[in-house]
Design a protein around this ligand. Structure first.
Ligand SMILES: Nc1ncnc2c1ncn2[C@@H]1O[C@H](COP(=O)(O)OP(=O)(O)OP(=O)(O)O)[C@@H](O)[C@H]1O
Length: 352
């Protein structure tokens, strides 16, 4: 029997499929499910079962080529010069252009680059292709070497708070990488502990030469994280916790790091508003939590979460809805424990 396992990058319901020869023989699955491909004898209709779904029967699913063809006709391939592409990319500008329509088509990605004194320039990155199925293999944990955990989510969803809670629960075990910053050092701080203090012009040069995988600006000061800073946490034998911007995912989702990506998602509007209001939650601006959330802030958070999910879900290993803070922290600890003790799925190319 075939040993092929894939991660599905789209939702499938045979009931909605006009082409499937027999709807009853089809297997429905969700984006992110791991599928055991039992047979690829027929290139158009593979047979698969859901991995970890108990002794479920195998069913028909569209083969890779069929699905790619379908996706290609759903969203017409776009050239970088076409006005429609430009419009869409400009709408996605705020989050670094990750929000062009996600499909199995080629996409260009705009990135913001700091050129001087906070001015932003734009550039394009090589195209990215998202396949309908990604080959995955089980990775067996090694003692003392932990997969770093990446938390992705819209601003305000609670990633900083979650990182702080994890660090205070198991300090030394969970660790965030040292961040480079152009802000002045306080007398109590030691460079290289939490922050590496660097002159602004040096940071700008390093950002422009792509030394950092993630960079941002708060209160007029630059902050950035490099791949070396993240790898040094892994080499220390700690569980690295990283909460980068979505556009950093492409550079972080590599064999060198083998990260486990968790999407921190807000609950639906009413639950979000109720929970955050009861907790007197505050928006972080310029590095300080000051303003309380307004309805528009909740709407913006939900809208951004949708956009991140649309454009980045192929990177997600797991989605956690951050409704009850304590439950989310417990679930994160549980995931970290499982990653340390049990095999986990990752792209096969990372293990070749
Ligand atoms: N599940 C939750 N229930 C209630 N309040 C929460 C929850 N999670 C986080 N908060 C509160 O929401 C506010 C914003 O959280 P936080 O600053 O951690 O978000 P963030 O995702 O790091 O934001 P940013 O990306 O903008 O830095 C804080 O006041 C925090 O205490």
């Amino acid at each position: 029997m075939s040993q092929v396992r894939v991660r599905a990058h789209f939702d499938y319901n045979p009931k909605d499929d006009k082409l499937i020869p027999c709807k009853e023989a089809g297997l429905s699955f969700k984006k992110g499910d791991i599928l055991h491909i039992v047979s690829q004898e027929d290139a158009t209709w593979w047979q698969a079962r859901i991995e970890g779904g108990g002794r479920t029967r195998a069913g028909l699913i569209p083969g890779k080529q069929l699905q790619e063809k379908r996706e290609a006709t759903k969203v017409s391939p776009v050239s970088p010069e076409s006005p429609s592409t430009k419009d869409k990319e400009q709408k996605g500008h705020r989050m670094g252009g990750m929000f062009s329509p996600k499909s199995l088509v080629r996409r260009t990605r705009r990135v913001k680059r700091i050129v001087s004194c906070g001015q932003l320039a734009e550039d394009t990155e090589p195209e990215e292709i998202v396949t309908p199925y990604e080959d995955v293999t089980q990775y067996y944990p090694k003692a003392g070497v932990y997969r770093p955990i990446i938390l992705i989510g819209p601003p305000g969803v609670g990633r900083k708070t979650l990182v702080q809670r994890l660090m205070s629960l198991r300090s030394g075990h969970f660790k965030t990488p040292v961040t480079s910053t152009s802000r002045p050092k306080k007398v109590t701080e030691i460079s290289g502990e939490t922050f590496a203090f660097v002159a602004r012009d040096e940071m700008e040069r390093d950002i422009n030469s792509n030394r950092f995988v993630d960079h941002w600006e708060v209160g007029g000061h630059l902050y950035a994280t490099s791949m070396e800073q993240i790898i040094s946490v892994v080499n220390e034998g700690s569980v690295g916790i990283i909460s980068p911007q979505p556009q950093a995912l492409k550079q972080l989702h590599v064999a060198e790091l083998k990260p486990y990506v968790i999407f921190i998602k807000p609950p639906a509007f009413e639950r979000l508003k109720q929970g955050r209001t009861a907790a007197n939650a505050k928006l972080c601006s310029g590095g300080v939590w000051s303003q309380t959330f307004k309805d528009d802030d909740f709407r913006e958070m939900l809208h951004t979460a949708d956009k991140i999910e649309t454009s980045c879900s192929h990177y997600f290993d797991c989605v956690l809805v951050n409704e009850d803070l304590q439950e989310t922290v417990e679930e994160l600890c549980h995931i970290a424990d499982r990653l340390e003790l049990e095999p986990s799925w990752m792209p096969s190319v990372w293990l070749q």
